[in-house]
Design a protein around this ligand. Structure first.
Ligand SMILES: C[S@@+](CC[C@H](N)C(=O)[O-])C[C@H]1O[C@@H](n2cnc3c(N)ncnc32)[C@H](O)[C@@H]1O
Length: 235
């Protein structure tokens, strides 16, 4: 199948997901809308990864697969010889009835994606030990401070120097604080305007120095470095 046809198939699955919702949801009110990454952010994520020429992407948190479809479409668009999408979610079978994975299969993306049914704190060190090098990562997993912090600790070693880490839900203090450590201490820089907000009032609701955007795209330093413990900056 040609790249255009593969992309059209993915877009059709995503379009139906946006319009009709997933075939199965958890028994919670408006669960899909609450949990999944909105279409606009997915499109921005896809475009960013295409511009990056990403060939290997690690994703934490599958749920209903909106972001996974966007990442998969980007990988197909880049059309590298061996694209790889490693997805980590310990609860995809147990809590999500494989809803996200079934959508990826429907989109024909199971040929490039693999799913690790383990917590990211276990799966990421395993990938590091295996020697995986990624161009980019997308983090939308547990949202607990300590777990996001650990995800970023390992992703910093898995994503190549100069690569990209995109973090969802940075409006949450737990997520935002974890990211802050790496920004203040490890040379991570925010890519401005990677996820332009439609609603400027959302930005005004938060601190004047830290707009309340949803996704944040970070560029890792190149070369990577380890600071002295004496250079610690509180975050
Ligand atoms: C907000 S949802 C992800 C939404 C998804 N990006 C989408 O667009 O539909 C969070 C996901 O993280 C998963 N999760 C929770 N704890 C995790 C952990 N420790 N490691 C990896 N994934 C985790 C949950 O099972 C859930 O699927």
């Amino acid at each position: 199948m040609k790249t255009d046809e593969r992309r059209a198939r993915i877009r059709e699955v995503h379009r139906r997901l946006v319009q009709e919702g997933p075939p199965w949801t958890r028994d919670r009110e408006a669960d899909f809308d609450t949990v999944t990454v909105p279409e606009r952010d997915c499109d921005q994520l896809r475009d960013l990864l295409v511009a990056e020429g990403a060939q290997t992407v690690v994703e934490v948190g599958l749920a209903y697969a909106s972001s996974a479809l966007a990442i998969g479409e980007a990988l197909v668009a880049v059309n590298a010889p061996r694209p790889r999408h490693v997805i980590i979610d310990p609860f995809q079978e147990r809590d999500w009835s494989n809803a996200g994975w079934d959508l990826l299969r429907r989109a024909g993306l199971d040929t490039i994606a693999s799913l690790m049914l383990a917590p990211s704190s276990i799966a990421l060190p395993q990938l590091l030990t295996e020697g995986l090098v990624a161009d980019a990562a997308f983090v939308d997993g547990s949202h607990r401070f300590h777990e996001v912090f650990v995800d970023l600790y390992f992703l910093r070693k898995i994503v190549r120097p100069g690569g990209l880490i995109v973090i969802d839900d940075t409006w949450a203090p737990s997520v935002r604080t974890a990211v802050h450590y790496y920004e203040r201490n490890l040379g991570w820089t925010v890519i401005p305007d990677a996820f332009p907000s439609e609603d400027s009032t959302a930005a005004a609701a938060d601190s004047p120095t830290e707009p309340a955007t949803r996704c944040k795209a970070i560029r890792l330093p190149n070369p990577s470095f380890e600071p002295s413990f004496e250079d610690f900056h509180a975050f």
